[in-house]
Design a protein around this ligand. Structure first.
Ligand code: BEZ
Length: 256
């Protein structure tokens, strides 16, 4: 799922506090228009919930994720589904899938064109690529505040530590076309996303923004978390919960 060297992924925390990821993914599945018996690859399957939904719909699904922690949890939950530790950039060029599906993953891949080439080559002619992930401006209120607070605290931060690639819809669909896809759906939309509980924002930081804080001591990080919460409360805390400023890209491409 995520393009990082160390397996930072805590699959239990992911299932416990971040189940919204696969819940929103159910909406994306509608764009897949899958049929029974189709062979579908789920890239960045996490702990396997969406792959299992496809399996229950009669799909011959395979889930891949870069995190061994996620894959182990997926195998524990759904032992009847093949789940494999694999990076999108090491997919084999076998033209074997009717569709490739990916929810909330591709923003972790900083080589988007390479990833699109690998996806294209893994599809049968006429195969569909259906994906959703963070687009330009995604969680920018949060990341701007993180960077601001790191600077104020004198903590080293380099732009390469920004963990994600959030392209505009123009940038991404241009790459899709360059690779050979016919783009049939391209959306870029705001999707305010509730983060469960009073600690929703700091749980999100702990789960996803690890790389940004890698030069901070535990004590400094704790102080920065408190400042971020204080400064963002007015904008991102409503009706007793944190709402993250997610902006999604949703695309469907057909292999010409
Ligand atoms: C996203 O799904 O947009 C996302 C998730 C975690 C970190 C950054 C973005």
């Amino acid at each position: 799922m995520k393009n990082q060297i160390k397996d930072q992924w805590n699959a239990g925390l992911y299932d416990g506090n971040h189940s919204f990821v696969s819940e929103f993914g159910n909406e994306l599945i509608k764009f897949l228009a899958h049929e029974e018996g189709e062979r579908i690859l789920d890239i960045g399957c996490g702990t396997g919930d969406l792959a299992n939904t496809l399996y229950e719909n009669g799909v011959n699904v395979i889930g891949v994720d870069q995190s061994a922690n996620m894959i182990n949890q997926a195998l524990n939950k759904y032992p009847h589904i093949p789940f494999v530790v694999k990076d999108v950039l090491s997919l084999s060029d076998k033209n074997e899938f009717d569709a490739v599906f990916s929810n909330a993953t591709l923003h972790w891949v900083k080589e988007p064109k390479q990833a699109l080439i690998c996806i294209y080559n893994s599809l049968k002619p006429g195969g569909r690529f259906v994906a959703e992930f963070g687009g330009k401006g995604n969680v920018q209120t949060i990341t701007n505040e993180i960077i601001h607070q790191l600077k104020l605290s004198g903590v080293t931060y380099h732009s390469e530590q920004f963990p994600w690639h959030f392209p505009s819809i123009g940038e991404y669909t241009t790459l899709m076309e360059e690779v050979g896809f016919y783009v049939s759906v391209a959306l870029h939309f705001h999707r305010p996303t509730p983060l469960e509980g009073n600690d929703g924002l700091r749980n999100w930081l702990d789960m996803f923004a690890v790389e940004m804080f890698k030069h901070a001591t535990t004590e400094t990080k704790e102080r920065i978390y408190a400042s971020i919460e204080k400064n963002l409360r007015n904008t991102l805390f409503t009706n007793n919960r944190w709402i993250a400023d997610y902006k999604r890209i949703r695309v469907v491409g057909i292999k010409d």
